[in-house]
Design a protein around this ligand. Structure first.
Ligand SMILES: Cc1cc2nc3c(=O)[nH]c(=O)nc-3n(C[C@H](O)[C@H](O)[C@H](O)COP(=O)(O)OP(=O)(O)OC[C@H]3O[C@@H](n4cnc5c(N)ncnc54)[C@H](O)[C@@H]3O)c2cc1C
Length: 371
């Protein structure tokens, strides 16, 4: 059976689906193919934190993608709600960063201020206003009022429905997809189908490196496991995100709190471990001791698409005319998905992206800094 579309997207996580949404919104015929149900891997498992940025001062590839995406989240969420009838839970909730020593907090504040972000320094009294039950070991902190969040499973449902309403063809549970180089182009087939498309975009998250092997191109994207424990309380003790370094708690409006996350190089083993979950629960209690009595609702794990410099790879695959990649977003795939998708759509439609892709292109894998 022959399947035809202008653009074939392989991998229906948040990166692939948002790219499909952007393309379909411009009248392009798009097919998304996934070997499972779309939106069931890292994009589902994430915590949905959307840190702010400042697109005027953004000077690094990370800051450019984050800030441009941040500027889009509000309108993007409204667009999805309009098309799908589903509220993705996007809201500005603010975030408090706590640290046990002044130096850590000061250096974080300095970094935010250098980026031109709105942030306030908090003494113990102010900290208690945001987090009433905060452990007394924390005397200083910082508040980022523009920090936002989205509920991943709801966002993916809204995104999938919005894509379908724009005519995107979504093919799920297509196993044994094979990608074969035919000169400088590629052909994609499954045991029952031949996918004819002018351009192919690989957005297979942590599995993108594996897919690229069949093209003879190495891409250092590998899985980094993240575990999450979900708690429930009768009344939320705080309504903002709390962060301490790379660990965090994300409160949802209905009394759930996500406690995350581990960063483990455990291959493609997506499971919870006793050590991982006990560490997360201890972390939660060390920040807000009353969480000792919270109900543990469930735990899960996801595989982040890790890259050596923690930045995504965006752009054409060297040596091929019709293959593009959007992968390796590591801890930031949700937050960066709106700008990522816009950039990928522009590249595939032969337009210059609105932001510089310096530091995000695939050729940087050969640079010593990325190794
Ligand atoms: C615990 C945890 C917390 C996180 N918290 C945040 C956060 O707060 N904010 C944030 O921005 N990011 C967060 N992240 C990171 C974010 O979730 C990822 O960066 C993002 O989801 C990556 O999206 P993706 O579309 O590239 O990959 P995925 O969501 O993994 O999607 C890849 C898709 O490709 C499909 N696929 C794979 N191989 C094939 C194949 N051979 N053929 C067809 N399909 C294939 C898979 O089935 C899957 O559907 C978190 C991640 C984890 C695990």
């Amino acid at each position: 059976m022959q399947h035809g579309s202008d653009i074939l997207i392989i991998g229906g996580g948040v990166v692939g689906l948002t790219t499909a949404f952007r393309l379909a919104g411009q009248g392009v015929s798009v097919t998304v193919v996934d070997r499972q149900r779309v939106g069931s891997e890292a994009s589902w498992a994430g915590a949905g934190m959307l840190p702010p940025g400042n697109s005027v001062t953004a000077a690094t590839p990370d800051a450019r993608l984050r800030s441009w995406s941040y500027d889009m989240w509000d309108t993007f969420s409204a667009e999805l709600r309009e098309l799908s009838g589903i509220d993705n839970g996007y809201r500005k909730c603010g975030a408090v960063e706590v640290g046990t020593d002044d130096a850590t907090v000061e250096s974080q504040i300095k970094q935010w201020q250098t980026e031109g972000l709105d942030c306030d320094t908090l003494d113990r009294g102010m900290l208690e206003r945001y987090v009433p039950g905060l452990h007394p070991q924390f005397q200083r902190g910082a508040f980022l009022p523009e920090f936002a969040q989205v509920r991943n499973p709801r966002h993916l449902k809204a995104l999938t429905a919005a894509c379908q309403s724009l005519g995107v063809e979504i093919l799920e549970c297509v196993d044994c997809l094979s990608i074969c180089a035919k000169g400088s182009a590629v052909e994609v087939t499954s045991p029952s189908r031949h996918f004819g498309a002018d351009r192919v975009c690989l957005t297979a998250g942590a599995w993108t490196g594996q897919l690229m092997k069949s093209l003879g191109v190495g891409l250092p994207v590998s899985p980094v496991r993240g575990q999450i424990a979900q708690l429930r309380v009768n009344q939320l003790p705080f309504s903002c995100v709390i962060e301490q370094g790379r660990r965090y708690m994300v409160p949802r409006a209905d009394g759930l709190i996500l406690v995350g996350s581990t960063e483990e190089h455990a291959g493609f083993e997506k499971r919870n471990t006793s050590e991982g979950i006990s560490g997360l629960l201890a972390f939660a209690q060390s920040i807000v001791p009353e969480l000792r009595s919270a109900e543990v609702v469930r735990c899960w794990a996801g595989l982040r698409p890790g890259s050596p410099d923690e930045l995504p790879f965006l752009g054409p695959v060297p040596g091929y005319d019709n293959v593009f990649v959007g992968a390796g977003h590591y801890r930031s795939g949700l937050q960066m998905s709106p700008a990522t998708a816009t950039v990928l759509a522009d590249l595939m439609l032969g337009r210059a992206p609105a932001i510089s892709l310096d530091g995000l292109d695939l050729t940087r894998t050969t640079r010593p800094s990325a190794v």
